[in-house]
Design a protein around this ligand. Sequence first.
Ligand SMILES: [Zn+2]
Length: 224
Amino acid sequence: MFRNAPHDAGKTVALTFDADMTADQGGRAAAGEHFDNPGLIAALRTLKVPATVFMTGRWAEEYPDQARSIGRDPLFEVANHSYSHYAFTGDCYGLPTVPEDRMRADVERAYTAFRKAGVPNAMPYFRFPGGCYDRRALRAVSGTGVTAVQWDVVSGDAFATDADAVAQQVLQGVKPGSVVVMHCTRSAAPTTEQVVRTVVPELRRQGYRFAKVSELIGTTSTRR
Ligand SMILES: [Zn+2]
C-alpha cells in the first residue's frame, strides 16, 4: 500500500485523476452523460503537469481514443482503477460489490481493456473504487502483482460546484510528497479543470514540482 512519499523527501506532489465509470453506466453515456474530461487533459498538457490517471476498464472501453492518447503521452501514466468500479468491500458509497472470487479478474479485465484501447504500458498500480479496502481485498488483488495506491490529500472535487473551495482544500492539504486524488469525469467532477488551472501555478509558486506516482514510489523505495 502506497499513500504518499515521505514528507521530508522534497517539494514534490503527485496529482492523480480517477477516470470513473461504472460497468452499468453505459446507458447513461449513450444518453449523453460525459464520463470523460478532455478539457482537463488538455489543461494538464498546456501546463505541462505530469499526472497519473487511475482509469477504469469500462472508461477505456467507452473512450478508447482518449485512453490511447493519454496512455501514449509520456506526460501521463495510466494505472488501474478496476474494470467495473464496483466496490471491493461492502458498504462503500453505495457502489455495487465485486464478490471476492471475482476481484482478481476485475483488475485483470481492466488491463485487458487498456491493451485493447491501445494503451501500451499501464502501470502495476491499483486504486480501489471509492478507496474502500480491507485485508481480504488487499489479499485478492495482490495476486495480480499490483501495488495499491491511496492518497493523503482529498481534493473534494467529486460532485463539487465551487472550484475555489476545492482549490483551497487542495492547497491547504498538500505537503511535500503528497498524493492528491481528483477525478477525470466531467459529469461527477465538473470543476476539476478549473481547480487544476488554479492550484498548479500556486503550488509552483510555492516551490512544488509535479511528479507521477511512479516517481514518488521510487523515492520511497530508495529512502534510507
Ligand atoms: Zn473512482
